[in-house]
Design a protein around this ligand. Sequence first.
Ligand code: UD1
Length: 420
Amino acid sequence: MDYLKIQGNTKLNGSIDISGAKNAALPLIAMTILAKSDLAITNMPDVVDIRTLLKLLQNLGASYTFEDNRLDINTSEVHHTKATYDIVKTMRASILVLGPLLARFGHCEVSLPGGCAIGQRPIDLHLKALELMGAKITIEAGYVKAEAPEGLVGCDIIFDKITVTGTANIVMAAALARGKTTITNAAREPEVAQLCEVLKASGIAIDGIGTSQITIEGTDRQLIDMSSFSVIPDRIESGTYLCAAAITNSELTLNKVRIDHLGSIISKLEEMGFKFTKEMNKITIHPAQKIKSVDIITQEYPGFPTDMQAQFLALATQAEGTSTIDERLFENRFMHVSELQRLGADIKLNGHVASIKGPTTLSGTDVMATDLRASSALVLAALVAEGETNIHRIYHLDRGYENLEKKLEAVGAKIERLKE
Ligand code: UD1
């Protein structure tokens, strides 16, 4: 197993190119199940989660090549419709194949994703919406078995709660359904918006893109003629590197970003005293005179993303005063707290609210990554800690960050990947 050795207390300087968004790429890959012919997707991040979903599609019968961040994929030969436990258990987002498989074939089986490190994360809302579209769904031996032999039928769906992959699943199902589907209380995340944009560019009538009410006119099981496109920049990767600059109080430029997707992240960093220079697809963060404490509540987009909670928690250890972080989306998403405490952070947990007192001098030691974003919080803390930090179990990081250690090394971090 690999681990990261980081020599802390260094300043960063220079620029980092941001990769394509993993959470945009995953639904877009699942969407290729609806494509009539070959499709090229560029700016595809080469991370483990993407490779996992591609393997799943290959098991279903798809063929692809994936090199230099370009994916060429053909799903015309897909004939299996069962997403098996061995893959789904490694990545919850595999559930994204449910909507498109059911819409195209009229039946499919997808393993239940099971538990997950950051809480229960059920899929009841996905299933309820597909049932409203006419699917018959049963759970048998750990599998979701879905059938709609006559095809799915458009209808009005009101999500009880905003769900990102749930919205993506229903958008894809609706694209091949008969008639019009309206999704109310839809997720407004840019990753969902890109999925809708790509379908729209392929001739599907979609209204309300990027809003909480989306309407989709389905093709009645006609596969879709899609043309090539490029994955949007990763706003969470961007936010993570902005936090790397912030925690070391350094100046850093990010290239290939979408500044309009970073609103809540930039605004919290501004509250903390950091300044920005913004150009077209480029942003520079400048050091703060004094890093100020901050209060954060995680919310759905355009609110503050739960996927940036751990990184800001690490950053708050360097702010003057007490910061609070209220995690509203997932229970049990504070596993990084005990590891940050091992580095010397002063954090108190009260239910879903963390209070962080700073600034504290962190001291390097051995820590363990627990989930994807928790791992990046440990990297950030290690960048500012005195001495050496070894971060174990970094396979979590590899799921979602492309070349993290190379990108950080290029801007001055003392970081190496070693074998246990
Ligand atoms: C997606 C992101 C993940 C991010 C999360 C919230 C991908 C691949 N993953 O996850 O990085 O942290 O959005 O922004 O895009 N819920 C239910 N029933 C359901 C579905 C969800 O109760 O059927 C609940 C969840 O437990 C959670 C909330 O709704 O409390 C939001 O979850 P959801 O938006 O579905 O998260 P994901 O799509 O899994």
